[in-house]
Design a protein around this ligand. Structure first.
Ligand code: AMP
Length: 433
């Protein structure tokens, strides 16, 4: 299953490819079609499931295929915290990069000049505003926010907003908005108060429930914070002289998969790799040898993480943090199979992957223990779950995208948004074709 099935606008297909997404997550599979059809949607899904793209893609598709009036705000996304608002804004940037759609994040905690910049975005019409409730309401109360032609309202992490006491603010915000709009509500849980809210603000909503994936209890999970250059020596030291029968290593890129397998073979381990360059028969042979234990270590890309049933794997190593949290659960689910299964899953986290790993910890509702590196590998860094991925970082696949198409780096200052502070927030460059 891939994204073609949704018939999204070609500019979005480019954005999806640039973000490195290949397969829609379950929430995307279920939510994109009804949102494209224009229905209101209530979706029960947690952070880490791909919920942001699940609403952004169809909403962006509407913008690209309907008459978009850049003078008005088209879409309002309300989220509980500044961190989440910024994270959503970053995903808009990535997915809408080729679409010529602008977005702006509005949240509290800044100084007077931030307020002036926010006011400018809200009056001169950024296409998408991502906002925290309190700050948005202060602007709405001043009467200049261009919401007259609003098409989409999205409430993200609605349960968290209610927990934080924003129910009344949300109702006041909605009182400022046109009634004829599409409303989407995403929430990890559905307490009665949310039900009440949906009855008041939504029309015949479609309902989607994504079962929360949880790793089996028997899996001992741990992680190392490592710079990329420390990863090979680390995996070598973890596997050296250990009586492990079956080890599965996952890495995102096939170049890494090959390099890791080669390094392990050099140490004398029986290791092989499986990735898309291998012919089907070769893959099957490798898999057979791993299953019958003549291979000790199998290094693979994510093709192997879903479905495949190999019993008794002692150790799963994530050489990098998987793209989405569901994949993490699938990857580590290769160990500790069966009712009383036990196993160990170890993840290597580099500086860029910290935020993504935090999404995983939120999804599995568990903090994974961070282990100190073996001393001979040198020192590492402190875990910072909110570390931002540098613009133009791994997401855009380095030289895969022409440099000319890459969005200019954000200003670095908090709330730098898409505006430089001078004039109206500039629209991202249009794709030259
Ligand atoms: P979210 O649940 O929206 O916070 O997304 C969690 C992470 O998954 C983000 O880093 C997204 O960029 C990533 N993501 C979303 N959809 C996909 C997909 N279809 N394939 C791979 N990664 C995805």
């Amino acid at each position: 299953m891939n994204f073609d099935q949704f018939n999204l606008h070609p500019h979005l297909a480019e954005g999806i490819a640039a973000m490195g997404y290949t397969t829609p997550t379950p929430i995307q599979q279920q939510a994109i079609p009804p949102i494209l059809d224009g229905s209101d949607v209530i979706a029960c899904a947690q952070t880490g499931t791909g919920k942001t793209a699940a609403y952004l893609l169809p909403v962006l598709h509407h913008m690209l295929t309907r008459d978009l009036n850049h003078k008005f705000i088209n879409t309002l996304i309300v989220a509980p915290t500044r961190e989440l608002a910024l994270q959503i804004d970053q995903q808009v940037e990535g997915l809408a990069y080729f679409a010529g759609v602008s977005s702006y994040a509005v949240y509290g905690g800044g100084d007077g000049s931030d307020f002036v910049r926010q006011k400018r975005a809200l009056t001169e019409g950024a296409d998408i505003i991502v906002a925290t409730p309190g700050k948005l309401l202060s602007h709405l109360n001043l009467g200049y926010v261009k919401v007259q032609q609003l098409q989409h309202l999205i409430l993200d992490e609605a349960d968290k907003m209610l927990d934080m006491g924003f129910y009344d603010d949300i109702m006041r915000i909605i009182a400022h908005l046109p009634k004829n709009r599409q409303t989407l509500l995403f929430s990890a849980t559905m307490p009665p108060k949310i039900r009440e809210l949906t009855k008041r603000i939504m029309q015949k909503p479609a309902q989607i429930n994504i079962a929360i994936s949880k790793p089996a209890e028997g899996i001992l999970q741990a992680a190392y914070l490592t710079y990329d250059r420390q990863k090979l020596p680390l995996i070598q030291s973890l596997l050296k002289d250990k009586p492990l029968k079956s080890v599965l290593v996952f890495a995102g890129k096939k170049t890494e998969v090959k390099a890791v397998a080669a390094a392990l073979r050099k140490m004398g381990l029986k290791a092989a790799d499986i990735q898309s360059d291998l012919a089907q028969e070769e893959r099957e042979a490798v898999l057979r040898n791993f299953k019958n234990r003549s291979l000790q270590v199998l290094v693979a890309t994510d093709v192997l993480s879903r479905g495949i049933d190999i019993e008794d794997i002692d150790l799963v190593i994530n050489y990098d943090v998987p793209q989405n949290a569901e994949d993490y659960v699938h990857r580590i689910g290769r160990t500790a199979r069966g009712e009383n299964g036990t196993g160990v899953a170890i993840t290597f986290i580099n500086e860029k992957d910290q935020r993504r790993f935090n999404n995983i910890e939120q999804l599995i509702e568990k903090e994974v223990q961070k282990l100190p590196l073996p001393p001979q590998l040198g020192s590492s860094f402190e875990y910072n779950p909110n570390a931002r991925v540098a613009a133009g970082g791994s997401r855009f696949g380095g030289n895969k995208q022409g440099g000319g198409k890459r969005k200019p780096q954000q200003g670095g200052k908090k709330g730098s948004n898409h505006g430089s502070g001078e004039g109206k927030p500039p629209r991202p460059p249009k794709n030259e074709g």
